[in-house]
Each structure stands twice: as C-alpha cells, then as structure tokens.
Design a binder for this molecule. Structure first.
Ligand code: BJW
Length: 257
C-alpha cells in the first residue's frame, strides 16, 4: 500500500514538532506487520472455527477452561516469536523529538515495551500475566510452561485457593485497570497530538480516547490502511500500514523543519 500524501505527513510532522505531549493509541493493527493477527481477523489452523470475541469472556472460560487457556497459550507463543517492526521503532524514536510521549495500547502482546518505549499503559492487560479466577491471586508467568502441542490446555489451580488460573487480560464485561485508565484519560485530555494506530474503534471504553483528545483541542491522526469507526472524528487520516506511515513521519522529524 502506498504512503499517504507528502503534504499530509508534513502537516502531522509539524504538529508533532510543536507538541509537548503526544499520545500514541494503538490497537491490534499495530502488530500485524510483526505477524500477529488482529483481533478481528479470522483465526487460522487449529483455531479457525472459533470467534475470538466468543473466547475472550469469563463465560467462555467457565464453560471451556482448557479451550480458552490453550488459545491464550498459543497466542503467547506467537507473540514470543514475533519481532517489533519498524513502526514500533518509530514510536520509540518519537521520544527524541517530543518532550513527553505516552503509549496507550489495547494490545496484550507487550511489543511496545520490547521495542523500548518508555511509558506504556496497557489497558487490556498482558499475555505474560496470570491470576486466579476467584480471587485474582497473582500467578507467576514462568510457572505456565509452553505446552508441547497447540490445543486445549487445562489451567493450573491457584496454590492459595484452588481456583483455576486465567490469563491476566481484560475480557468483555470486565473493568479496565484503574490506574492505567486514569493515566490514559488524563494524557488524552492534555496531549497536543494523538496518533491512533491500528484500531477498529469498536471496543469501549478505549474507543472514547480519540474523542476526548479531539474535544480538548488535540490533532487526532488516524493511521490505518482501512476506514474505521474513528475515521470521521480524526483531524487527519493517514491511510497506510503502521510499519510504513510511522517511520515516514519520524523521517520528516529527522529532516529540516
Ligand atoms: C492496521 C494494519 C496495519 C490492519 N497498520 N492498522 C459502550 C458502547 C457499546 C458497548 C460498550 C460500551 N462500553 C462498554 C461496552 C461493552 C464492551 C464493548 O466495547 N463492546 C463492543 C464490542 C460493542 N466493553 C467492555 O466490555 C469493556 N469493559 C467495560 O466496559 O467494563 C465496564 C462494563 C462492565 C460491565 C458491563 C458494561 C460495562 C472491556 C473491553 C475489553 C476488550 N478486551 C479485548 C480482549 C483482550 C484480551 C485478548 O486479546 O484476548 O481486547 S476484545 C479485543 O478488542 C481486544 C482488543 O484490544 C480490542 C480492540 O480491538 P482492536 O485493537 O481495535 O483490533 P481490531 O482487530 O478490531 O482492529 C484492527 C484494526 O487494525 C483494523 O481497523 C484494521 O484495519 C487495522 N489494521 N492492519 C495499521 N498494518
């Protein structure tokens, strides 16, 4: 896919140069060029007959714990084998040009941290954290071994209360982590530019962040090869993949103003 017009990229680069705080709000499309399927891509292989939206709930886990737990361990394996692409490096590089950069991600893959971003707020948890279903007792990730084969995996029992261990992610109907939400909402209300990268904008409350930024006067820039639910409220739309658009923006910041 071609890059957006040079004039669009120039306008965004110039707003980035002026901003004191930039929020980079990312979704699953951010990781696609690292080989991680988006949440709404159809699953392949062993998991092709399942709908992710129907696996990512407490009800699904209660009904079929081994299926849901096995699916998350398979995804953890895919993520562990993935390497952050050039768009991730560009987000890290932004920190050289903007006094404050906050990454607010819906992703559970940890790629922003692995790439080296300094301030990352994970709104939907992480594939590398676990806790028990009943009491949320933390369970060490290193105690959850990679299974020899992909497929169903019985979750271990909590050593404190015997309840099954579940992934430390936020399922539908669950509250997002309070501290991350407070920090993300504050950053959205104060930023000069928000880059909204690779999200369909379907899932709340994360989908509200661009509107908060826009209402507070920020430039909201959508980076996505396809239109999304957020396109109409974006100030500027960069139609293209994260791995091309974000490095192109940083290249402009590196050049003469
Ligand atoms: C590229 C690209 C490339 C491709 N470069 N881009 C208000 C209105 C309506 C409903 C609600 C509402 N408030 C709350 C709700 C209910 C619900 C909700 O939002 N439902 C909607 C589906 C309608 N929300 C919740 O339940 C939330 N909790 C909550 O609100 O608590 C309070 C409450 C409690 C009880 C009752 C009611 C309220 C929790 C939401 C948790 C979401 N969790 C998941 C799973 C996490 C664990 C896991 O990964 O398994 O998070 S769902 C899933 O969707 C995952 C994602 O983080 C999230 C967002 O998906 P995302 O990132 O946008 O990905 P995709 O796949 O949708 O889009 C990819 C995009 O990338 C596309 O646009 C592509 O074009 C693009 N792309 N290649 C750039 N190379």
């Amino acid at each position: 896919m071609a890059e957006p017009d040079a004039s669009v990229l120039d306008a965004v680069a110039s707003a980035l140069r002026e901003a004191r705080l930039v929020v980079v709000a990312t979704g699953a499309g951010m990781s696609r060029e690292s080989g991680i399927p988006t949440f709404r891509d159809a699953l392949t292989g062993l998991w092709a007959r399942f709908d992710p939206a129907e696996l990512a709930t407490e009800d699904a886990f209660r009904r079929a714990p081994a299926r849901v737990f096995g699916w998350y361990l398979w995804r953890r394996k895919v993520v562990r084998a993935a390497v952050p692409h050039a768009g991730y490096d560009a987000v890290v590089a932004l920190e050289r040009f903007v006094p404050h950069v906050v990454v607010v991600t819906q992703n559970v893959d940890g790629l922003h941290r692995r790439a080296g971003s300094g301030r990352v707020l994970e709104l939907h948890g992480s594939l590398e954290r676990f806790h028990c279903l009943a009491a949320r007792h933390a369970y060490p990730a290193e105690a959850v071994a990679e299974p020899l084969e992909d497929g169903e995996v019985e979750p271990p029992a909590c050593p404190h209360c015997g309840s099954p261990i579940r992934p430390g992610v936020v399922w539908f109907g669950e509250l997002l982590p309070e501290r991350e939400v407070a920090a993300a909402w504050e950053a959205a209300a104060r930023c000069g530019v928000m880059l909204v990268v690779g999200t369909s904008g379907l899932v709340h409350p994360a989908a509200a962040l661009p509107r908060i930024a826009r209402d507070a006067g920020a430039m909201v820039v959508e980076v996505n090869p396809e239109p999304s639910d957020l396109s109409s409220l974006a100030t500027v739309v960069c139609r293209g993949p994260a791995g091309a658009v974000l490095p192109a923006l940083v290249a402009r910041l590196e050049g003469p103003a």
